[in-house]
Write a protein that binds this ligand. Structure first.
Ligand SMILES: *Cc1c(COP(=O)(O)O)cnc(C)c1O
Length: 472
């Protein structure tokens, strides 16, 4: 039989080579092309190069995998990646991922992985307090991403507002259930409506105001109209940091409206929620404490590898009501008052210990360290705005978060002027950004999403944009 573990000498050699190879990438990320030119046939051939019949030397296969990841991907760890919220993963968070893989704790149940479950519970309590939930009311679960956290929120809302939902499902709901979110909210809300069986028509999109925030007056009118039409509004989603332009809804007002109409108020703070750890900037998301639940992605502004998000709620019984189930084969744990079994508290069953990716860097650097990282990125966002304005660019979004959407009068006359410049930047491999429409007009979107980005990177981006603008 093959030796699946290899032997100690082989393991030592592989550990050394892999760490050396990764160190080279860590140290020299900025010299890589941010994005490659992708040829579909070439990538497919590269992915299919082993016929899986003969055995191959492990170092050869590992080197192939590392090379493929270097060559055929957009490098979000690159300091000139100004794209979506994909971060550079901090070194300690990558080490956490490796440690987790080796121990492979099964954190479905407390008794199987007590320490791991308690770490996640500890982090949930800490974040719940940061967001202003009462200490004794905090509950939550780790999820794989904002999409799963938002889906968890929708399921909790359904179970809270329709107590028989777990038994009868949507067939037990007499009136048409309605969810509200803004036209700028993330499409995982619509997806959650599909997955829950409600269907996308249950999601009513409220138009945004000039600053891309949910129009509160229109929300109130829509709720009245829906109730009059015999529907049953049950949930509203406010966004704290929209994916496109970083807008933050008026959470205080939405909170009040939710109370008045008994709606479950969920705040999708996947990205922007990170400011809750900053004593200076947490006021930007004021009102979040009036919510029933919150989505906070850890694999965005907290700079850890993919697969990590937190769902928080101040409703102690709802996760159990929503996900509880009883089995004969799972371990029976003792004191239900003191401990939580994640499998009856969340969508997942077998689950990965994703909390360690957050715990290691947070324990090492503390909230203070993370606050510095956030401050640094906010500073760079401000520097980018100032530098663009100096060169005649116009900022089209009103956000204090480091997401800058901009255009230039010169580009307005040209067809696809914005898209052409973005394509040129991306194809150059020197930086990465995207196009986002603001009130129907295309703009260039640059987000500082990497703690390793520097002022020189911002200056480099502006130079690049200027060069392509002048040449266009
Ligand atoms: C990224 C994002 C999501 C989706 O989160 P994933 O982690 O990609 O699943 C949801 N809402 C907002 C506001 C986001 O920015």
């Amino acid at each position: 039989m093959v030796n699946f573990d290899l032997n100690p000498t082989e393991r030592a050699a592989i550990n050394q080579e892999v760490f050396q190879s990764l160190e080279t990438f860590f140290e020299n990320t900025k010299y890589f092309s941010v994005a490659g030119q992708l040829n579909i046939e070439e990538v497919q051939a590269y992915a299919q190069q082993y016929d899986l019949k003969e055995s191959v030397d492990p170092m050869t296969v590992i080197a192939t995998a590392i090379e493929g990841l270097k060559k055929y991907a957009v490098h979000s760890p690159h300091p000139k990646y100004f794209g979506l919220f994909n971060p550079r993963a901090s070194f300690l968070s990558t080490i956490a991922d490796y440690i987790t893989a080796v121990f492979n704790p099964q954190i479905a149940s407390w008794s199987n992985a007590a320490y791991a479950v308690e770490i996640e519970q500890f982090l949930i309590n800490e974040f719940g307090q940061k967001f202003g939930y009462p200490t004794n009311a905090i509950d939550g679960t780790f999820c794989t991403g904002g999409a799963e956290s938002n889906l968890t929120a929708m399921l909790c809302a359904l179970n809270e507002c329709f107590p028989n939902f777990g038994v009868e499902g949507i067939r037990g709901i007499p009136k048409k259930p309605i969810i509200y979110c803004s036209g700028e909210s993330h499409h995982s809300i619509a997806k959650a409506a599909k997955v829950t069986g409600l269907g996308v028509n249950s999601v009513v999109t409220i138009p945004v105001d000039a600053d891309l925030r949910m129009d509160i007056l229109l929300l109130k009118q829509q709720i009245k109209a829906d109730i009059q039409a015999g529907h049953h509004p049950f949930m509203v989603v406010g966004t704290a940091g929209t994916t496109g332009a970083g807008a933050i809804d008026d959470l205080t007002e939405i909170g009040k409206i939710s109370k008045a109409h008994q709606l479950w108020f969920h705040v999708d703070a996947a990205y922007g929620g990170a400011v809750t750890i900053s004593s200076e900037y947490k006021k930007w998301i004021k009102g979040v404490e009036t919510s029933d639940s919150i989505t906070l992605d850890i694999h965005k502004w907290f700079s850890v590898p993919m697969g990590t998000s937190i769902f928080l709620t101040n409703n102690k019984h709802i996760l159990h009501q929503t996900f509880g189930i009883s089995t004969n084969y799972m371990p029976k744990d003792g004191d239900k008052e003191k401990i939580t079994d994640p499998y009856i508290h969340s969508i997942q069953w077998s689950r990965r210990f994703n909390g360690l990716k957050l715990y290691l860097p947070l324990a090492v650097f503390g909230w203070k360290g993370y606050a510095e990282i956030i401050q640094h990125q906010i500073n760079l966002g401000n520097a980018l705005r100032a530098g663009l304005i100096k060169n005649g660019w116009i900022i089209q979004n009103d956000s204090k978060l480091p997401i800058v959407c901009f255009s230039h009068p010169d580009l307005e006359t040209a067809t696809d002027g914005v898209a052409k410049i973005v394509n040129k930047v991306v194809q150059s491999g020197k930086a990465w950004l995207s196009v986002y429409p603001i009130h129907g007009q295309p703009t260039i979107r640059a987000c500082i999403t990497n703690f390793a980005s520097t002022l020189e990177d911002i200056e480099g981006l502006i130079e690049l944009l200027e060069a392509y603008r002048i040449a266009h």
